[in-house]
Design a protein around this ligand. Sequence first.
Ligand code: ADP
Ligand code: MG
Length: 347
Amino acid sequence: MSEKRTDVNQLGEFGLIDHLTKDVDKKVESTEFGIGDDAAVISISDDTSMLISTDMLIEGVHFNLMYMPLKHLGYKAVAVNVSDICAMNGVAEQITVSIAVSSRFPIEALEELYDGINTACKAYNVDLVGGDTTSSLTGLTISITAIGRAAKKDISYRSGASEFDLLVVTGDLGAAYMGLQLLEREKEVYKANPNIQPDLDGHDYIMQRQLKPEARVDIIKFLRELNVVPSSMIDISDGLASEIMHLCKSSEVGCHIYGEKIPIDTTTSTSALEFNLDPVTCALNGGEDFELLFTVKQEDFDKIKGNPHMTFIGHMTDKSEGIYHVDKAGSLVELQAQGWDHFDKKN
Ligand code: ADP
Ligand code: MG
């Protein structure tokens, strides 16, 4: 290591990944696609590929055990990895789980964590096939690797979108972010006065979206049934705006998205207004919805139109036209990715 010290904040998360992996090359024939998508793609036969994705969750950065029960944390850690396999239009089959644990955690706490992991394995029909366990000086870290499978002809990369393709999002957005705002607010109230009971009434949906997100394995099934292979796809972990920019960058296209079309649950809008936030801004920039964002060819429009799980929110343009959010008044605002960049935070 040289004497020079450069702060990682200079590059941000994505810049850092690009910087560290710029010299990575492909040496092995079976490596179909390495770094730069939701999962790596490894060829296992003429027509089938294996998909591999890893995600790490760190106490104090990705979760706070003051309001995140360990059972939910275990479930969520599996769901977010299965979601990355869905984002390739594949089916997850196995996971490995690695944990680093400080002495603060009794065995009972870790049993709870594994209860959540096992519940998710059952829900997503995946087998836990290995992992690693170590001690930690600073709280809890969970790293999960998901392994999945897809027919080569079905795999959706981030890079496959073309001009005129239609942009589709599943479910609704912004709820997980509002759930987090609510839990953070109640945590502060509790810290100030532990006798006050948290005021979470009527907020079940947004809390559930934050504490127990689901991978959209159902959408992968629907797409097969509808005979639609998305031309590109990504899952929404960092926020819609940030993921749209990933699709556009990888596919070398521009995009127009229509704020009014973004699906937002009424309870999300109500809570956003309670917090003096604009619901569309929350949907664009709030993270952790784990919905799928994908593009389809225009000829697939009729297959998806009216589907209660999928909403058209825009279309892809030529790269030179840029990436724009068209607001209610019809004005074009250049899209800014303000998603969650963990290196931006002061921790
Ligand atoms: P996602 O948000 O879907 O989990 P990431 O933004 O974490 O994806 O990662 C983007 C790409 O960079 C993925 O292909 C991932 O495997 C790769 N990647 C992330 N961190 C590293 C690292 N430290 N070394 C090598 N590849 C990495
Ligand atoms: Mg992803």
